[in-house]
Structure formats: structure tokens, C-alpha cells
Design a binder for this molecule. Structure first.
Ligand code: SAM
Length: 246
């Protein structure tokens, strides 16, 4: 899971029989008026979760149906987390919208994503750091990392995202410092290794912090020799499993 508590899934995706191929799904949805990426992003805009045009463009550039397993394709445009196997989920669209708006990633930046999952969130961030930027996405479960690489390849993001299998709770020192770090799993406290790997001037980290029942999406910013922290609101994520996690 990774969503504000109590949010209802919406969309009529499961009410329609879906054609077999993913490309076919996209064409058929447009023609039939069924939910698609455009209607999903429009809803997120109406809710005030997508505010900036560049975030809207980034979401539209990474069609979620390309990042879900075939068995979940009919639900790809629902605003809900979906299973990607190995007891993990692709993040809910509203959560990715909230995090991407807050992250404020811009062209040329180097971003560390912890908890790569399906690769979808990384693709949305990659769209914002192009041209010239990169996303290093760390995932601890090797088969998920492999699937994410394939998803990113077919969605056209292989050049901008490197997927690494590792414990991202300790960051990725080989590529530090990072302009931005985005964590998509719940940590018991702010991992100090991630704070240390932020760029000292203007570096920003987003991480869900708290017990497994509910966490605070926490923003950490470095600048002027100081570290500032603030809560962006409640959320529920799967656990960050590792040395600085659960
Ligand atoms: N944002 C992803 C997406 O859009 O598909 C979904 C992330 S999913 C909610 C959380 C992911 O964090 C899972 O795939 C899980 O295996 C991964 N994870 C948990 N602990 C980790 C760690 N220490 N290092 C790297 N990945 C971790």
C-alpha cells in the first residue's frame, strides 16, 4: 500500500472487457471513453494534487499501463496501489503526484529513488530531470528490479533511469551527492545515510517516517549548513527493509 488512509479507488476500468495487447488497450480506451492516462491526470488536477504543467506532462509521458503486470492492466488507471508481485505494489497515482510535486526535480538533476518497484515513479521523475539529469533507482528485490528495467525500456526511459539491486536504506554512496532523494517505502526514522548523501546546498529528501500502521511523509532540506524537516501529511507505505529501515 502507499496512499493516504481511507481513499477510495475510482474509475471504471474493470467494467470493460480489455483487448489483449497493451498498445491495443491504450487505443481502445481512447476510442471507448474508458479511463486512460489523460483522464487519470485530469482527475488528479481537479483534486489539486497535480499543480504544475511540468508535473502534468511528466505523468502523461509515463503511461501507467506499461508498468503494471498484464493481470492488472485493466486497473492501471485506477487511483489505487496495485500488486506487482513479491508482496509489493506500484504506488497509487495520487501518492506519486503528491511526492513528485513536493520533490521539485528539475532538468539536469541527479535523483536517487529508493524502492524502485515497477519503475513507474522513477519514470515520472526521469521525465522531469530530462535533459541532462539521471535517476538511480534502488530496489532490493532482484526480480522486481529486472521487471522495472524492462518496463522502463519499453516506455522509453532506459537512457535516463539506472535500476540497481541494493539496500537503498543506506542510499547509494557510489553516486552521491544527490540533488533529490525520493523514498517509496516506510522508514522507522529518517535514515541518516540519506541525509548525508544529499547535496549540502539545496538537496531535498522525501521519506515516509513512522510506524507501519501510518507514517508522516517527511521532507528534509539541506542548505546554509542546516537541515530542515517538515511533515507533508499522513501516508501508508510498505516497509523499507534494510540496515536503516525495518
Ligand atoms: N514507487 C514504486 C512504483 O511506482 O512502482 C513502488 C514502490 S513500492 C511501494 C516499495 C518498494 O520498495 C518495493 O518494491 C520494495 O521491494 C522496495 N524496498 C523496500 N525496502 C527497500 C530497500 N531497503 N532498498 C530498496 N528497495 C526497497
Amino acid at each position: 500500500m502507499d496512499e493516504p488512509v481511507g481513499r477510495a479507488a475510482r474509475g471504471l476500468a474493470n467494467a470493460f472487457p480489455a483487448p489483449a495487447s497493451l498498445r491495443g488497450v491504450a487505443r481502445w480506451r481512447r476510442a471507448s471513453g474508458a479511463p486512460d492516462m489523460a483522464s487519470l491526470v485530469r482527475d488528479l488536477k481537479e483534486e489539486g494534487l497535480v499543480r504544475r504543467p511540468e508535473v502534468e506532462r511528466a505523468l502523461l509521458s509515463a503511461d501507467r499501463v506499461l508498468f503494471v503486470p498484464p493481470s492488472e492492466a485493466g486497473s492501471a488507471y485506477e487511483d489505487a496501489p496495485l500488486s506487482i508481485g513479491h508482496e509489493q505494489t506500484i504506488s497509487a497515482p495520487h501518492m506519486v503526484a503528491i511526492m513528485v510535486e513536493a520533490l521539485d526535480a528539475r532538468a539536469g538533476m541527479k535523483v536517487l529513488e529508493v524502492g524502485g518497484g515497477s519503475g513507474w515513479h522513477a519514470a515520472v521523475i526521469a521525465s522531469l530531470v530530462r535533459p541532462g539529469g539521471r535517476v538511480i533507482s534502488v530496489e532490493r528485490i532482484a526480480p522486481l528490479a529486472e521487471a522495472a528495467r524492462k518496463n522502463l525500456e519499453r516506455a522509453g526511459f532506459a537512457d535516463a533511469v539506472t535500476v540497481v539491486v541494493a539496500d537503498g536504506s543506506v542510499g547509494f554512496p557510489a553516486e552521491a551527492p544527490f540533488d533529490r532523494i525520493s523514498v517509496a517505502a516506510a522508514a522507522p526514522s529518517i535514515p541518516q545515510a540519506l541525509v548525508d548523501q544529499l547535496r549540502p546546498e539545496g538537496g531535498k529528501l522525501l521519506v515516509p517516517v513512522g510506524p507501519l500502521s501510518v507514517q508522516d511523509l517527511t521532507e528534509v532540506e539541506r542548505g546554509g549548513g542546516r537541515v530542515r524537516k517538515r511533515s507533508l501529511g499522513g501516508c501508508v507505505f510498505v516497509p523499507l527493509v534494510g540496515a536503516e529501515g525495518y
